[in-house]
Design a protein around this ligand. Structure first.
Ligand code: SF4
Length: 237
């Protein structure tokens, strides 16, 4: 008996085809990429990539995707690598450190051996598009950490850079601002996109999408420094 209401297999088929095309695009641009079926496989893949101990350090970005995979808490609980997590928060969602220390840890994360982050969009021809209010994670994608592992759900695959930037303005940046408002008590309620649900390309001092970066490849010497893990599930914004 088949179930006409269940389209999970059809969706999985399309996602894998799209991920395969994106992976081809990344490889042409000297960015390594792979597909994993779910969050559990993503977690084990990341843990296998990071050598335990040996003074190997790991910096992390503020990424819903990383939290959904559980990799930040796992690395901390394993206690084999020093983890620079500027965004450590208490049970109520407040930073555990003062803001000067948060920025100090952000800078330390930029020179870690490994850096873990999400991204806002990846294109079928292998570009990575991300926005940032502070710039810490997009900076790391460009230069600093020796190896950058970028984890994205299949919902982040878009046709081209233009669609990626539109995705940021229409989906990712507004939802991330609301996330910080609801969960972290940030004063993002004044942002136009939070008030209305729509971006007006504002110049608000708390704008959370000041730095939008398109990574279009890597120089030869830095081949495969960026490693994309595409997860066959919807993750993050
Ligand atoms: S430019 Fe302003 S209104 Fe648009 S998404 Fe960014 S913060 Fe929101």
């Amino acid at each position: 008996m088949f179930d006409e209401t269940n389209i999970a297999e059809e969706k999985a088929w399309l996602r894998e085809k799209q991920a395969t095309k994106a992976i081809e695009g990344f490889r042409k641009r000297r960015i390594n990429a792979q597909y994993v079926k779910d969050k559990g496989e993503a977690l084990s893949t990341i843990l296998q990539m990071i050598p335990p101990g040996g003074g190997v350090t790991v910096g992390v970005a503020d990424s819903v995707t990383l939290h959904q995979i559980g990799v930040i808490s796992k690395l901390k609980s394993l206690n084999q690598n020093e983890v620079f997590d500027p965004f450590e928060r208490d049970d109520q969602g407040f930073y555990t450190r003062d803001i000067d220390t948060v920025f100090k840890v952000m800078r330390r994360a930029l020179t870690a051996d490994y850096f873990l982050t999400g991204a806002n969009a990846i294109t079928l021809d292998g570009k990575i598009i991300s926005t940032d209010g502070t710039g810490n994670r997009v900076a790391a994608m460009i230069f600093g950490p020796k190896k950058v592992i970028i984890v994205v759900g299949v919902n982040k695959i878009v046709k081209d850079a233009e669609e990626g930037i539109r995705r940021i303005r229409e989906v990712a940046a507004p939802m991330n601002a609301v996330r910080h408002l609801i969960k972290h008590h940030n004063k993002f309620g004044e942002l136009p996109c939070v008030r209305t649900g729509f971006c007006v390309d504002c110049n608000h001092p708390r704008r959370n999408c000041h730095y939008t970066v398109i990574v279009e490849g890597a120089i030869e010497r830095e081949k495969d420094r960026n490693h994309i893990i595409i997860v066959g599930e919807e993750l993050g914004f």
